[in-house]
Structure formats: C-alpha cells, structure tokens
Design a protein around this ligand. Structure first.
Ligand SMILES: [Zn+2]
Length: 130
C-alpha cells in the first residue's frame, strides 16, 4: 500500500458491512489475529500493523438465537434468526436468511452478504446457507 492511501483501519463499520456484498474482509495483525473494523489495533496483542485480508468464502454457525419480537423494521420477518458465525479468525454477527428458523444448526456452513434491509441506507449483515 502506498504512503498516500488511507490506512484500512480508517474504514468505518458501515463501509465494512457494505464490503460484504463483494466478499468482505477482515483485519489481520502480523501474528495472524483477526479483527473487524472499526478497530485500529489488534484486540489480542495490541499491534497497530493491521492489513486487510479476504474473508473465507464460508463460515460455520457458532451460536444462534431465534427472535420472536422485532424492531418495527423487522416486524415482517419474525421469527428470524440472528447468528454468530466463525469466518477463519473472526466472528461475525448477522441475520440468517434463506432457511427456516427451525432448520438453523450449529456448525452449518453459510456465506455472508450485506443487504440494505429497509431502504435506510444502513447495511445489514446477512448469512445464507452455503
Ligand atoms: Zn495480534
């Protein structure tokens, strides 16, 4: 990266979510720890030498929660599932789509995407069965 380019750690969370539509990325320190924007230092070792790495194409569902009560923007989607998904060294939290809430399983392989759910321009992390 040239000296004029803004460091990747300047990228905000919303921009990072939007990048998920193109496959997404995470931040890696020289020791291989992963973290996500808008962090500026590695949460494990404190290194500020973070570089962007492509996210793995699929992740594994680590935990999930079925939501029966939703904010107004999500009222039409109830019940829906929010999940924490492990993508290599990082964990992403988002909403699972494309599968019935009752069929989501621990360890299920999913891909990640971003969607502009309610037209507000605020992107949402979305997982779909791989
Ligand atoms: Zn580190």
């Amino acid at each position: 990266m040239s000296g004029d380019a803004a460091p990747p750690t300047d990228t905000g969370y919303d921009e990072w979510v939007a990048s998920l539509g193109d496959g997404g990325y995470y931040l890696a320190c020289p020791d291989g720890h992963g973290s996500l924007p808008p962090r500026r230092v590695c949460p494990e070792c404190g290194s500020d030498d973070l570089t962007e790495r492509d996210l793995p194409e699929t992740g594994a569902v680590e935990t999930f929660t079925e939501q029966h009560v939703a904010a107004p923007a999500f009222a039409d989607d109830v019940p829906y599932v929010t999940a924490v998904v492990e993508f290599g060294p990082v964990r992403l939290t988002g909403v699972v789509r494309g599968v019935d809430a009752a069929d989501v399983e621990i360890g299920q392989r999913v891909t990640v995407d971003a969607t502009d759910h309610d037209g507000s321009g605020r992107a949402l992390v979305v997982f779909r069965p791989a």
